[in-house]
Design a binder for this molecule. Structure first.
Ligand SMILES: [Zn+2]
Length: 271
């Protein structure tokens, strides 16, 4: 079975690269059109890791380390190495499931696997965000993407590339925390979120900053609207500058912990 949106993704990838003349491409195109199970693995040529390395130094929303690692067993002493992790569910590159902002929303373990392998649409707002740390992804940004790449594919993940990942080793800039304790980094506007919910069929939102809502937000409107509508979000996403704006498939590797209200993820973009 082709994953949701896979056929669109394959078509985008093929037309983007101008591969239609190649024999391999025509096989992939035929396979995609017929829903051949072999189609998906043949549709990508490289894997891009969209995950930051997690550590106690990784900048966090609350300002405290997001992970502590306790060495319980040591190879020399015990014959093997083993850490006990003490982990904040919402630190590092991680997923927000619906329960995070909705009493009736599902927990991370209940998110269906087939909604975690989806087409990836990357919206580049890095130039705008460079001059405005409080930038919010707008409907105009989405319209500009659709003019170039066509309508957002069904069940895709819309990712905001603000350029913030480059600041991750500099917590002062990454969090933008000012003298009054207010944070400053880009996010997705509530209006854009509302429009996506009403006008497009999107599975997830992703940002390269600490929060779906921009830093100064007090009402977390995007979190509330998006998660209470049963969608998921990804925060602190890495390497969005290394994937095409359209055509990649995102694979979200999410730990299956009962009742989890979030969790670290390993993200792969199949390009
Ligand atoms: Zn979160």
């Amino acid at each position: 079975m082709c994953v949701p949106g896979c056929q669109e993704a394959v078509r985008h990838a093929l037309s983007r690269r101008g591969f239609f003349k190649g024999a391999a491409a025509s096989f992939a195109a035929t396979a995609a059109a017929t829903g051949d199970a072999q189609a998906a693995p043949r549709a990508f040529t490289r894997v891009v890791d969209l995950t930051h390395t997690m550590s106690p130094d990784f900048p966090t929303f609350l300002g405290e380390p997001g992970i502590a690692m306790e060495k319980k067993f040591d190879l020399k002493k015990d014959g093997y190495n083993l850490h006990w992790w003490h982990l904040n569910e919402h630190a590092g590159t991680h997923l927000d499931p619906p329960i995070h902002f909705s009493e009736t929303g599902i927990t991370a373990d209940k998110i269906p696997a087939d909604t975690l392998v989806v087409p990836l649409a990357v919206i580049d707002v890095a130039a705008k965000a460079a001059g405005n740390p409080d930038y919010q992804l707008s409907r105009d940004d989405l319209a500009a993407w659709e003019r170039r790449h066509g309508r957002l594919p069904p069940n895709c993940c819309v990712a905001m590339h603000s350029g913030w990942a480059q600041h991750v080793t500099n917590p002062a800039t990454f969090t933008g925390r000012d003298a009054g304790g207010v944070l400053h980094f880009p996010g997705v506007s509530g209006e854009t979120t509302e429009w996506l919910l009403k006008q497009r069929k999107v599975a997830g939102l992703a940002v390269d900053t600490m929060s779906l809502d921009h830093g100064p937000s007090k009402d977390f409107k995007t979190h509330v609207l998006w998660l209470s509508a049963g969608r998921w979000g990804l925060e602190n996403v890495a390497n969005l500058d290394k994937v095409p704006a359209a055509g990649a498939t995102l694979v979200v590797g999410l730990p299956k912990v009962r009742d989890a209200t979030g969790g670290p993820v390993r993200l792969f973009a199949l390009v």
